[in-house]
Design a protein around this ligand. Sequence first.
Ligand code: F6P
Length: 521
Amino acid sequence: MTDPIQAAWQTLRTLDQPKLPQLFDDTGRVAAMSGRIEWPGVDDGAADGPQDNANGITFDWSKTHLNEEFLAAFEELARACDFTGQRERLFNAEPINITEGRAATHTAMRGAGEPSKVEEADALLRRMGILVNAIHDGALGEMRYLIHIGIGGSALGPALAVDALTRDLAKVDVHVVSNIDGVALEQAFAACDPATTLIAVASKTFTTIETMTNAASALAWLSDNGVEDPSGRVVALTASPEKAVEWGVDETRVLPFPESVGGRYSLWSSIGFPVAMAIGMEEFQQFLNGALAVDTHFAQYDGRDNLCLRAAFADQYYARLRGCQTRACFAYDERLALLPDYLQQLEMESNGKQVTVTGEPVDGPTAPITWGGVGTDAQHAVFQLLHQGTHLVPVDFIASIAPGDMLDPAHHQILLTNCFAQGAALMAGGNMSADGTDPARAFPGDRPSATMLCDDLDAAALGALIAFHEHRTFANAVLMQINPFDQFGVELGKKMANDIAAGGGDFDPSTKALLEQAGLG
Ligand code: F6P
């Protein structure tokens, strides 16, 4: 009997390849391939023009090659991969991270999933809220600065959210430090006053060498600058609370989160503490609410109507059927400058795998290389390759209808016009020479893009955007039959570094020579 997953891929491989511009002969295409995810609007009292009460994101996948035949075949693949069953296991907190025997309960942090996990998450977030409010009210004295120390999932989310949501006004000036390179920490020291600086140590395991080394140096900096009780300035954000207490943080300032919340999915937990410190608990709740709206959508819809799954159909189409090795994300919004970094970890650490859930070699490429930048800057740097290079790169555009600035509306109009024009140009192609024949001025066109258009880029929209990408990543993993929740690939290099530090290890001649040259051998 033929394996239904193999059969679905076989069907997908035999379908005719459509050309993008022709797909729009179907006048219903934009409506059919666009969808919205919404959440209850919050009236902030300000007249923001047409986007007052902004409460949603439009996801337009019409400029991808997915036509009726491909959509139907991908729906067949999703059925064969038991997408609905896997999704149920995710929300029911079953141990879908099979290699580590753990559930993945990040959705519970925003209120979706197995009730006891939601209850536990709610209690933990309430505890965080009490501490955030107490610090805002001066419980630790005046705290104007916060140095947040963490790495990977314990830093990328906080850095993105703080940067995106506090461009105009932050309750506390947050500096995220991740790299072990002391230059990063020194830069934060230079920007903060030790007398009014709080330190957040964010580490799921509370053992990561970069974080623990940076945290110790931050305490030394406080002490060297006259702070009498440096440990009293530390808040620990961790799934290993006992280790934080052992390290010297008072229990009252340890904010735990569940072991089943993965590092790169932990922004919603106490790892979001610096975000809550910067925007306040009410806004942090809006951030969670936006994510919850996507959880609700993801749990409710099937097939192409599930916008995260539909995006995964397109991702699989480009990676496995068109040989695209990368996917690019360009936010036409300065506030999302750190989004590509965040997505790189989310997608590449989750889905950069070589074996399936049953330990077999995968039978196609897994996560594409995620990259990107901000528009319009990127247009003047890398878009040449997108338009005329030999690589086919599916592109995601993200923009907000409401501007983030208060300047002449011309700024935002030019920004949005360029965003939409790029998607149109990639698809349409053409020749820019006078007689239309110069090959150097030819644009092949038929190049795909998807657009995520936020009513406004507020806390809820950011939460929704991130949750959308989390579920898109999960849906891709299901279609490829891989486990997106482990990350053993980061371990070997760590072990070798530890071996070197311990003076052991048997290394190749090149590594030995480098170590010797740097005085480490
Ligand atoms: O090295 C990879 C990793 O384990 C990530 O998955 C994680 O986000 C990061 O390190 C930091 O780990 P921790 O939060 O335990 O310090």
